[in-house]
Design a protein around this ligand. Structure first.
Ligand SMILES: Cc1ncc(COP(=O)(O)O)c(C=O)c1O
Length: 675
């Protein structure tokens, strides 16, 4: 294990508190050493607080609680110089590293000749910078980072110690371009409380450990190209070669550390800033409603892995279906070729629609299912001799995916504002039949279709409307002779209580988009279900009647095989889980409505959402804080800004549902306490 240097922005940053918690979590991998100390002995404190840790004696202990140089002068003593301290550095047991606590701030005096930064450089090992989250944390930390950069030292991470301050963490991460972790102080300065605190914050500690380099490897580069360029332009000195001084026999870092450090270097995650302060959770497995992390923790997947996992992770009938299909086939193109899995699935899907007949057009994700529907709707009108129908109507807070057509009918300023000049014409109206009617009246013969997420607008904040409202909206579209596309990418598969959400309103759409749960979440697949009326317009031998659209992985046989298994379960043994969950959410979460900072509690089927009255919308800091608060309960939720919601797999046990509700209560109430 590599050595780790613990720097502090200043004397009271909390270095010893950090070291105690680190050792409580990892005392089998690190040994403690504070080379120079003054006043009350931190070495003795750590020894008492973490009895299991291996603690080395300081090289110099001075009694007066002032700066080492001053304490030494007053005692008629000297502080050991850089070379002496480096030479005295203890060798940790094989497979372990040293956790070296510095004293004061990096620019406090060391001895008569040097500031401590000279020692920091000479120790030449990865470092973390501990900073108190008390008022002034942002400026204090950024100044220290900048000064350290000037001396060629780039900590792997900043650790904000004290009460959680998501804003400070965000700002330090953004401007300091460094990962930022947050650690709370223990409830008491006694061994049990330290151990407890380390256990409760194991994710944050593991995240930090994940940044450490592997043996013989340069540490993760926390800075971006921009800051690298800045450094080069300013001719800043390059940092000293980091890593352990001498090769030793070491245990490999855990899968967690390894994965996160490598990820940080090479992967670009969706909807995630490259400067995001939080490391991704290292997930090495999944079963039922749980995600299994590299350190063995089992988190409840409270949002079904972005709403995809329907029955539960690795649901045995689906695993079996995949296994069986794989014994026969992998992938084949779908133009001019067919296979039984695609045909079986299309037959199953069409039995669930309100039409007799129709067709299924396959693709491979929700956005492409929508793209297909939009293009088909337009081409339908072209084939009816109405090529002027170039517009679509979508709804406020709607979300249909990230491809250009899908963005055009969603128009969310946060997600898509940047691309506005590139989007095609669409009118976006409130979810209200009258407003839709008015919009359509203004554009007779210009609109090809209306697209709506029936009953629940997912990414827009789990906003809900009633079946009656949906019925009126569809009626308004029909009255203007406009096609209706229902985007059931999130709602399909029984999430809202009926197999398709639009069934609750007994409406008949022209096109239905499905993905996410189509394979029970196991494989990527999408389907656009097309009504017979639309199909008939394409039923022509003319080339103009062809729908020129397709994807390499259209109707992937393995995905289709899994989807067949999933839809057989759905149609042959309809689950009672959505109704049970709805009842549970009503009982457990509606009381939150009473809190003054709760704007709304919305529940339908498996879905429960609590919207807070805090500023920031989708970008609200509260979102990140609530995510972390839920993780303390081993519940993984990913709030949509100020909307905390759950949408767990159908298999979720009553105990896990209780845990999700408890985590949501904790998160919502904690935000109130901070407001
Ligand atoms: C209603 C709806 N449509 C389309 C999409 C896009 O799906 P995908 O992310 O698979 O492209 C989403 C994704 O969240 C969605 O919720």
């Amino acid at each position: 294990m590599t050595d780790l240097l613990v720097l502090g922005t200043d004397t009271d940053a909390g270095k010893t508190a950090f070291c105690s918690q680190w050792l409580a979590a990892f005392h089998e991998q690190w040994e403690y050493w504070k080379p120079v100390e003054t006043g009350n002995s931190d070495t003795a404190t750590v020894r008492a607080l973490v009895p299991g840790a291996s603690v080395h004696a300081p090289l110099k202990a001075l009694t007066e609680p002032v700066a080492p140089l001053l304490a030494a002068r007053r005692a008629g003593d000297t502080v050991p110089c850089v070379a002496t301290i480096v030479a005295a550095r203890p060798t940790a047991a094989p497979g372990r590293g040293l956790l070296i606590e510095t004293f004061g701030g990096p620019f406090s005096p060391l001895d008569e000749a040097d500031l401590q930064i000279a020692l920091v450089r000479a120790l030449a090992c990865p470092s973390v910078l501990v900073s108190s989250s008390a008022l002034g944390a942002i400026g204090r930390t950024l100044q220290c980072l900048d000064a350290l950069a000037g001396s060629g030292i780039r900590p792997l991470a900043v650790v904000l110690l004290g009460s959680l301050d998501a804003f400070a963490a965000e700002q330090i991460g953004k401007h300091g371009r460094v990962p930022v972790g947050s650690l709370k102080l223990p409830a008491a300065w006694e061994p049990a409380a330290i151990a407890d605190s380390a256990r409760q914050q194991s994710v944050a500690l593991q995240d930090l450990r994940g940044l450490l380099p592997r043996e013989g490897e340069a540490p993760a580069e926390p800075r971006t190209r921009e800051s690298h360029d800045r450094r080069t332009a300013r001719q800043e000195p390059r940092p000293p070669e980091l890593g352990p001084r001498t090769p030793r026999l070491e245990s490999r870092p855990t899968a967690s550390a390894d994965l996160q450090a490598r990820d940080r270097r090479v992967v670009w995650h969706p909807y995630t800033s490259l400067c995001a302060p939080d490391l991704p959770l290292p997930c090495i497995g999944a079963e039922d409603e749980f995600l299994i992390l590299a350190d063995g923790r089992r988190l409840i997947d409270g949002i079904s892995s972005w709403w995809t996992i329907l029955h539960g992770h690795r649901h045995p009938p689906l695993v079996q279906a995949l296994h069986d299909a794989l014994a026969q086939i992998d992938h084949v193109l779908f133009a001019g070729v067919t296979h039984p899995w695609a045909v079986d699935l299309a037959e199953l899907l069409l039995q669930t629609t309100p039409w007799r007949g129709g067709r299924v057009f396959y693709s491979d994700n929700g956005s492409t299912a929508v793209e297909v529907a939009l293009k088909m709707a337009y081409q339908y009108w072209c084939q009816q001799g109405e090529p002027g129908r170039t517009r679509f109507v979508g709804f406020e807070a709607g979300y249909h995916g990230d491809t250009f057509g899908a963005m055009s009918v969603s128009r969310d300023p946060v997600f898509f504002g940047r691309f506005e000049p590139l989007l095609f014409h669409a009118d976006i109206v409130p979810v209200c039949a009258d407003r839709l009617e008015a919009a359509l009246r203004k554009r007779p013969g210009e609109v090809a279709a209306v697209i709506i997420e029936p009953l629940v607008q997912g990414a827009g904040g789990m906003r809900m409307h009633t079946p009656d409202e949906l019925r009126d909206i569809v009626a308004a579209a029909r009255a203007s002779n406009v096609l209706v596309i229902v985007d059931e990418v999130m709602t399909g598969g029984g999430r809202t209580g009926t197999l398709w959400a639009h069934q609750a309103a007994r409406v008949v759409p022209d096109l239905i988009c499905s993905s996410k749960t189509l394979t029970g979440g196991m494989m990527p697949l999408a389907a656009t279900l097309v009504s017979p009326m639309i199909v008939s317009a394409f039923d022509s031998p003319e080339p103009s009647g062809t729908f020129f659209h397709g994807h390499s992985f259209t109707a992937h046989p393995l995905a289709c095989a899994v989807a067949v298994a999933s839809w057989r379960i759905l149609t042959e043994q309809p689950s009672l889980a959505p109704a049970r969950m709805e009842e549970f959410w009503q009982a457990s979460l509606t009381p939150l409505q009473e809190l003054p900072h709760v704007r709304d509690v919305r529940i339908r089927g498996c879905i429960a959402a609590v919207e807070l009255n805090v500023p920031g919308g989708y970008l609200a800091d509260a979102g990140r804080s609530m995510r972390q608060l839920c993780l303390q309960h081993d519940v993984f939720l990913r709030p949509l800004g100020n909307v905390l919601y759950a949408l767990p797999p159908l298999c979720t046990s009553p105990a896990s549902l209780e845990r999700i509700a408890a985590a949501m209560h904790h998160a919502v109430r904690s935000i109130a306490d901070r407001a």
